[in-house]
Structure formats: C-alpha cells, structure tokens
Design a protein around this ligand. Structure first.
Ligand code: DAH
Length: 347
C-alpha cells in the first residue's frame, strides 16, 4: 500500500500545483494551453500518470486507476469552469467593443442607376419583346433617301417641313425619325417581319417639350393580312403594361406620308382616368404615338409585294412616355444630367 500512499500525496501536490498555476492564467487560450500541457500523455502531470500503470503491482492497479481517474475528472472540471468563465468575459468584452450605435445617422451609399429614359426604353423593349418583336439597331447618320424619299417624302414634299433637319451634306443627315430603319429592314428581310428599333433622333427644334436630340422607338410588322385592328390590339396591350391596367387607347385619323391610313394614338389619362386634369389638359386623353398601315408605295419601294403583304408601323416618343410617367414638364430635365433631378425619378 506504500505506493498508494505515495500516490495520494503526489496527487494532492499535483492538485495544489494546478490550483496555483490556474491563478496565473487569465484567458481561455491560456486555459487551453495549460490543459494541453497537463494532460499530455508523455509529459503532462496528469496525462503521464497512466504511463506509470505498468509499474504498479497487479493488486493495486484497480485503486490506482480509480485515483488517477478521479484527479483527471477533477482537473477536467476545473479547466471547463475556468474556460467558461474566461469565454464569458471575453465575449462580453468583444460585444462591448463591437457595439453598434443604432442612433448614428446612416452612411449614405450612393448607388448608380439607369437613366429614366433607359428605364423606360428597357420597359418598352421588354413589353414588345414579350410579343415576339426583335430589335433592329438603326443608324444615327442616314441618307436623305432612307430618312425621307423611301418613306414617301420626296424632295419637294411639304412633310419635310414637319421635321427641321440637321444636314451633314446634301446627301447625309442626322436621322429625324427612327422610321428610316423600317426601310433597311424591309430591304433586307423577307416578311414576316416584326421589329422594334429604339434610338436617338435629331431635329432642329428646341423648347420645353422639344429637344434637338430625343429618343424614339419604331415598330414595324409586315405579314399577310395585317390590319389596323392588329395595331390597336397590340397598342392596347402596350399601354396597359407601360402605364396601368385601366389605360385605354383611342385612334384618331392623322397624316404621315409613309402610312395610309395614318392615326394618332391617344391613351386615357392615367392620372385622372378620363375625368380631366392638368396632365391631359382637361380632355381625359393624352397623345402618345403616331402609327398606321404601311403605305403600299413604301412596301413596293422595298421590293415587297403589296398585293400579298400588308404592314403596320408605329413611332413612340420614349422621352414623351418618360415625361408622362414621371411627371416631368420640361424635356431638358431629362438631358441635363442634374443628379438632384434624376435621383428623384425611379420606378
Ligand atoms: N416618324 C414619325 C415621327 O417622327 C412617327 C411615326 C408615325 C412613326 C407614324 C411611324 C408611323 O412608324 O407609322 O413623327
């Protein structure tokens, strides 16, 4: 039993040593390192006790094992306690350090966004895209032929006065209408044709509702048996999506050289729903686009047999739709890039 007596003494020394060592530790990391050294199977004060087992006489092995286990459990318990205590302290310190003052004014992160015109253009493109239209990118510099003559506006035609043109040379000009793109498409594609063509157009015109550069979107459908009814059905769908579900269309006779018959398309005022307000100037209706059945002369000029095919075309003012949608009364506000203005416009 001498060995057990010695062991008891040794164990109580180990205990006191561990207790006093623990006094000098002040972090969970310290506890972890210390525990590792104490429990190390080769050199640890407790870990190495198991190694001694071989030298213990057989009859004492059970008691020896029990005592070693006891101190092991005790030490483990002390380490856990200390670890918990320090972890709690450390957590508290971290929370205090990381405290967020929710009363501070937020830091504004300015995020870029699409220009209102681009937003509206994208919406229009999405709507017609869902109806099966594809996009044709036209040219901003056109010839007199594509911009006028092929659209049934010959040299001396009074309709040329409707659009003050920036000529680059007697032959070349900045296109005044995206309608010029229709001709390129009809010259190069066989019906059925179903395209939209958004882009910049230019006219020598400058006041609150006109800018020398503005944006339009042309639409063109050519196929067998196309009529004005198809146009109205399509436009009804379009205005419901771009304004709101209650919006209706109304066609009024008009004149464009490249369509026959031609119409002006009005939408029921989406602000007062027809009652009459400032936006619709008391009429309940707002003019939004020009359209019509493609003039046979134009089809034939592009090599399309007008006895077999018919077409419809429409031209939408993208800026006009943006101004209406966002309540902008001066087109310049769209092009001056004043962030104080643009920031306020969003869907
Ligand atoms: N190009 C015309 C304009 O700029 C708009 C237009 C009217 C386009 C009727 C069309 C159309 O395709 O059919 O005023």
């Amino acid at each position: 039993m001498a060995e057990l007596g010695e062991l008891k003494e040794k164990l109580s020394e180990i205990r006191s040593k561990i207790e006093s060592d623990l006094q000098g530790i002040s972090s969970s990391k310290g506890v972890y390192e210390y525990k590792k050294s104490v429990m190390d199977a080769k050199e640890g004060k407790i870990g190495s006790l198991m190694k001694e087992m071989g030298k213990i006489p057989k009859e004492l092995k059970a008691d020896y094992g029990k005592m070693v286990n006891e101190i092991k459990n005790w030490a483990q318990g002390r380490f856990d306690e200390m670890d918990e205590k320090f972890k709690a302290q450390e957590r508290k310190a971290r929370y205090e350090k990381e405290t967020i003052d929710v009363t501070l004014p937020e830091k504004k992160h300015k995020q870029g966004k699409l220009h209102p015109n681009t937003q509206v253009k994208n919406q229009i493109v999405d709507i017609f895209g869902s109806m099966g239209f594809s996009i044709y990118e036209g040219n901003e510099i056109e010839t007199d032929y594509y911009n006028f003559t092929a659209l049934n506006i010959p040299q001396d035609h009074p309709a040329r006065d409707m659009q003050d043109t920036f000529y680059l040379s007697p032959e070349f000009l900045l296109r005044t209408q995206t309608s010029a793109g229709q001709i390129h498409v009809m010259e190069n594609q066989k019906p059925p044709i179903k395209i939209i063509s958004p882009g910049k157009v230019f006219r020598s015109d400058d006041d609150a509702t006109h800018s020398p550069m503005f944006t339009q979107m042309e639409g063109l459908v050519v196929d067998k048996g196309i009529t004005l009814c198809d146009l109205q059905g399509m436009l009804d769908e379009f205005v419901k999506k771009i304004f709101d579900e209650e919006t209706r269309t109304r066609l009024r006779p008009s004149y464009f050289p490249f369509t026959e018959p031609s119409v002006e398309v009005d939408v029921s005022c989406f602000q007062c729903h027809g009652k009459g307000c400032k936006l619709c100037k008391g009429t309940g209706w707002i003019e939004v686009l020009g359209a019509g059945v493609v003039n046979k002369k134009v089809l034939e000029g592009c090599g399309i047999d007008s006895n077999v095919y018919s077409g419809l075309a429409f031209g939408i003012g993208i800026d006009r739709i943006a101004m209406l949608k966002y309540g902008i009364n001066n087109i310049k506000l769209l092009f001056e890039s004043d962030l104080r203005v643009l920031d306020q416009i969003d869907d």
